[in-house]
Design a protein around this ligand. Structure first.
Ligand code: MRU
Length: 348
């Protein structure tokens, strides 16, 4: 019987609306520790340092964040309010470049301001509250629908491999890639999940294995270089991954290592599914080559959070946080609107 996962609150507003409350994901799995963020700098830092992470979750955190900051803006006119709002919006948008949801959520919030130029400042703040809550609710509803569509492609008892964390911790509720697994578990499907550890920051080990295990799902943690082995043994019948940006031609940016898993899946004839809300589709972005890939601190490879260095101090490193899986390797993209096949450079 699946244990409820929704008692973990990835991101929410504090009861007095003065802060964004996040579960600090850098402390997991050792402790479930919540942080209250009430300034733009704290929100930026939490997103940059992956205290809150996962494309939809950083969108929700940014929407809540700019609402919380808007409450503090001292402005006597719309222009004064908007100037400061716009500055904070650009600042938060710069925290991470790859996931489209961050900028998309902030732009949606900005549109509320721009569509209400004759509103008073208190009314603008109230409208921003409503919009932030709507972004959160739409994300939760989208995840549920993605779960249903995803589950329709799966059969009881299947072995499922996933990479990184596209679960409850990456969204408002349930997840994208993990949503069909949770729904299936509720309905007695008895999936056997393989979680790639996901170097360098171990989102698979620290987060996916943690949340699935906590929920009572049958999960086996493997190192990234073991995916081929479990596929070769016939233990995997489907791969489910999330996404940070889907280009117009169906190419998908997701956590570094995803494209390698897609190549393996193709080799072994295993369907490779990408699951994400339509808010992750960027029609302005023609293909994967146009997606900006975040490069992160070399220490994540050479030290991570360990006391002892794992590599020579000044060794050259390359630390991209994401890679692009070409549409040809993707069996289907599953959104809250249905199941789409990326064919001939377009999402059908
Ligand atoms: O660097 P992260 O941990 O934010 O990367 C997260 C991923 O790559 C997820 O797969 C993606 O954001 C989808 S989350 C539903």
């Amino acid at each position: 019987m699946m244990k409820n996962i929704t008692d973990l609150k990835t991101v929410r507003l504090s009861d007095d609306l003065n802060a964004v409350v996040i579960l600090d994901q850098t402390r997991l799995p050792a402790e479930e520790c919540y942080l209250e963020l009430s300034s733009a700098e704290e929100i930026w830092d939490a997103i940059y340092k992956l205290k809150v992470r996962g494309a939809p979750a950083i969108g929700v955190a940014a929407a809540y964040g700019i609402y919380v900051c808007s409450r503090l803006i001292q402005a006597g006119s719309f222009d004064e309010f908007y100037t400061e709002f716009h500055r904070i919006k650009n600042y938060l948008a710069g925290a991470r470049p790859t996931a489209v949801n961050l900028v998309a959520a902030l732009e949606r919030m900005e549109k509320v301001v721009l569509n209400n130029v004759s509103a008073t400042v208190p009314d603008l703040v109230e409208l921003l509250h409503g919009e932030a809550m709507a972004i959160r609710e739409e994300d939760a509803a989208a995840c549920r629908r993605i779960g249903e569509y995803g589950l329709s492609l799966l059969r009881p008892g299947m072995g499922i491999l996933t990479h990184c964390n596209a679960g409850h911790l990456a969204v408002s509720e349930y997840g994208t890639a993990l949503a069909p697994i949770y729904l299936g578990e509720e309905r007695g499907y008895g999936f056997k999940v393989f979680a790639d550890e996901t170097r360098p920051l171990l989102q698979g080990a620290r987060l996916t294995a943690y949340e699935l295990h906590r929920a009572g799902v049958d999960v086996t943690l493997i190192c990234d270089n073991m995916a081929s082995s479990v596929m070769q043994k016939g233990w995997v019948q489907a791969v489910l991954v999330g996404c940070d940006r889907i280009a117009a031609n169906g190419d998908v940016a997701n956590k570094i290592g995803t494209s390698g898993v897609a190549i393996l899946a193709r080799h072994y004839g295993i369907p490779f599914y990408v699951l994400g809300p339509t808010s992750t589709i960027d029609m302005q972005c023609p293909d994967g080559k146009s997606i900006v890939i975040e490069e992160r601190d070399p220490d994540e490879i050479t030290k991570m959070w360990y006391i002892h260095r794992m590599a020579p101090k000044d060794v050259k490193t390359f630390n991209p946080a994401f890679d692009v899986t070409p549409y040809e390797l993707i069996t289907a993209i599953i959104t809250e609107k249905g199941i789409f096949n990326p064919v001939d450079g377009g999402i059908e």
